[in-house]
Design a protein around this ligand. Structure first.
Ligand SMILES: Cc1cc2nc3c(=O)[nH]c(=O)nc-3n(C[C@H](O)[C@H](O)[C@H](O)COP(=O)(O)OP(=O)(O)OC[C@H]3O[C@@H](n4cnc5c(N)ncnc54)[C@H](O)[C@@H]3O)c2cc1C
Length: 235
C-alpha cells in the first residue's frame, strides 16, 4: 500500500463502518475517486464490531432509525449475493428471531404510538395483548403487563464479525487497499476530504452525499483543502 500517493477518501478505521464506506464508494458507478482504508489493529480484537451482540431491530421511536433498520435488514438478507467474491458468498447466520418489547399500563400508550409509526413505515411488528403474549410465549409471566410488541420478521441477530469481514473482503476485491499505519492515523497527517466528512471520536471518515448508510443530517460540509492532499506516516 502506498502512503504517498493521493487519495480522494480515506476511512480511518477499517472495521464495519470504515469497510462498508469503502465498499459503497467502490461499488458506486458514479464515484470515480480513490479510496483507502487505514486500520491500526489488523487483529480487530477490541473494536466494537468484533464485540457487538450484532442484533438488528425495527422497534425504534424515530422514523429515521426505523428506515435505516429496514434498509439494514434487506441488506443483510441479500448479503450473499451483494458481498460475494468470486462465487464465494458470505454467510452471516442471520436469524430473524424478533425483539420483544413489554409495557405496563402506564407505558402502553408509548408502545402503541411507536407501533403505529413502525408499521406505517413497513416494519413487520405485531402488537400483542396479554392473551396473545401468553399464546406465543407460554413461559412468560404476564402479570403486571398491559401489552407487548414483537418483531415477526426483520429483527434478530447475526454474526457481526462475519459482516465486518465480508465488507472488508468485498472492498478489497473492488480495489480498495486496506492497510495498517505504523502509528494511529491521528498522529500522522491524514487530510483528504474535498467532499463531505463526519467524525466519530478520533476517527474521520469521508464520503460523497450519495453514501446511503449515513443520513444527510449527520454529514457536514468541509471546505476544499487548498494544498496537495495525501497520507504520510508521522516521523
Ligand atoms: C458490547 C457491544 C454490543 C453491541 N451490540 C450491538 C447490537 O446488538 N446491534 C448493533 O447494531 N450495534 C451494536 N453495537 C454497536 C456496534 O458494534 C458499533 O456501532 C459498530 O461496530 C461500530 O463500528 P465502527 O466501525 O464505527 O467502530 P469499531 O468497530 O470500533 O471500529 C473502529 C476501528 O477503528 C480503528 N481505529 C481507531 N482509531 C484509529 C486510528 N487513529 N487510526 C487507524 N485506525 C483506528 C480501530 O482499531 C477499530 O478497528 C454493540 C457494541 C458493543 C461494544
Amino acid at each position: 500500500m502506498s502512503l504517498t500517493e493521493p487519495y480522494d477518501v480515506v476511512a480511518i478505521g477499517g472495521a464495519v463502518i470504515g469497510s462498508s464506506v469503502a465498499y459503497y464508494l467502490a461499488a458506486d458507478p458514479d464515484f470515480s475517486g480513490k479510496v483507502l482504508v487505514v486500520e491500526k489493529d489488523p487483529s480487530y480484537q477490541r473494536c466494537a464490531s468484533a464485540l457487538s451482540a450484532a442484533g438488528i431491530r425495527q422497534q425504534y421511536s424515530s422514523a429515521i432509525n426505523i428506515q435505516i433498520s429496514l434498509y439494514g435488514i434487506e441488506f443483510l438478507r441479500r448479503i450473499g449475493e451483494t458481498l460475494g467474491v468470486d462465487g464465494d458468498r458470505p454467510d452471516i447466520q442471520l436469524h430473524e428471531g424478533g425483539y420483544l418489547f413489554l409495557a405496563t399500563e402506564e407505558n402502553r400508550s408509548i408502545l402503541e404510538e411507536n407501533h403505529a409509526l413502525q408499521t406505517k413505515l413497513g416494519a413487520d411488528i405485531l402488537f400483542l395483548e396479554p392473551l396473545g403474549l401468553v399464546e406465543r410465549f407460554p413461559w412468560l409471566s404476564v402479570e403486571g403487563l398491559s401489552a407487548a410488541c414483537w418483531g415477526r420478521t426483520g429483527e434478530g441477530w447475526f454474526d457481526g464479525y462475519g459482516l465486518m469481514q465480508a465488507f472488508r473482503r468485498k472492498a478489497r476485491a473492488l480495489g480498495v487497499p486496506i492497510g495498517q499505519l505504523q502509528r494511529p492515523a491521528s498522529n500522522g497527517r491524514a487530510t483528504v476530504s474535498r467532499r463531505y466528512c463526519w467524525t466519530t471520536g478520533r476517527a474521520s471518515l469521508a464520503a460523497p452525499s450519495s453514501t446511503p448508510l449515513v443520513p444527510a443530517a449527520q454529514r457536514s460540509r468541509v471546505p476544499p483543502a487548498s494544498t496537495y492532499q495525501s497520507i504520510t506516516r508521522s516521523a
